[in-house]
Write a protein that binds this ligand. Structure first.
Ligand SMILES: Cc1cc2nc3c(=O)[nH]c(=O)nc-3n(C[C@H](O)[C@H](O)[C@H](O)COP(=O)(O)O)c2cc1C
Length: 175
């Protein structure tokens, strides 16, 4: 490798959408894990992402709400088609929150995500993953708090699985 090639490092952008903060925490662990793997990584809320210029690869994470992926993530896919087809894109979503583990819930969440992504047939992610979400009834706002009833708080984020997924992204993001 000559000096010129050495100077060109691969810059990854991790973008996240969140309502209650749990997806942001997952995105931060993904970013740290990628950095530990030797990549240069920026992280920012998807709603602040104006351009993907300068980034070689993108990781997008957002939660499911009411059967839909977070609107900031959907909007980005609509607005950045050209840029996203030119770079490797990895995707994760947060969804399932039922305790104990409910295989049907996980399947339903995955189907919701697949259905959302199918609206963008040009999108060919190098990885798609569903992680468990966090549910905190104390944080719900009116009127959702009334609809939620007495479902107990839960946190199904599996940090080991999240780190493993992120560590395995490195060759995929290299394109
Ligand atoms: C009102 C509400 C609706 C939700 N709807 C769904 C859903 O349709 N599908 C799903 O898989 N998860 C659903 N979830 C679970 C969220 O995706 C999960 O709580 C996630 O961790 C929230 O992410 P955030 O903390 O980044 O906002 C819902 C959660 C709430 C509070």
């Amino acid at each position: 490798m000559d000096r010129k090639e050495e100077a060109v490092s691969s810059l990854v952008l991790v973008g996240y959408a969140t309502r209650y903060g749990s997806t942001q925490e997952v995105a931060e662990v993904v970013a740290v894990t990628l950095r530990e793997g030797g990549l240069d990584v920026d992280i920012q809320p998807i709603r602040n992402m104006r351009t993907l210029a300068g980034y070689n690869a993108v990781v997008l994470g957002a939660p499911l709400f009411m059967f839909h992926w977070h609107k900031d993530a959907l909007r980005l896919l609509s607005q950045q088609r050209a840029a996203l087809t030119q770079r490797p894109v990895a995707i994760f979503a947060l969804g399932p929150t039922h305790v104990p583990f409910d295989a049907e819930e996980w399947q339903a969440s995955r189907s919701q995500l697949d259905k959302e992504l199918a609206k963008f047939p040009w999108l060919t992610p190098v990885a798609i993953e569903m992680f468990g979400g966090k549910y905190d009834p104390e944080k719900l706002r009116f009127p959702i708090d009334l609809l939620a009833g007495k479902v107990p708080a839960s946190d199904l984020r599996d940090w080991a699985a999240i780190r493993t997924w992120a560590a395995n992204l490195k060759p995929l993001l290299a394109g």
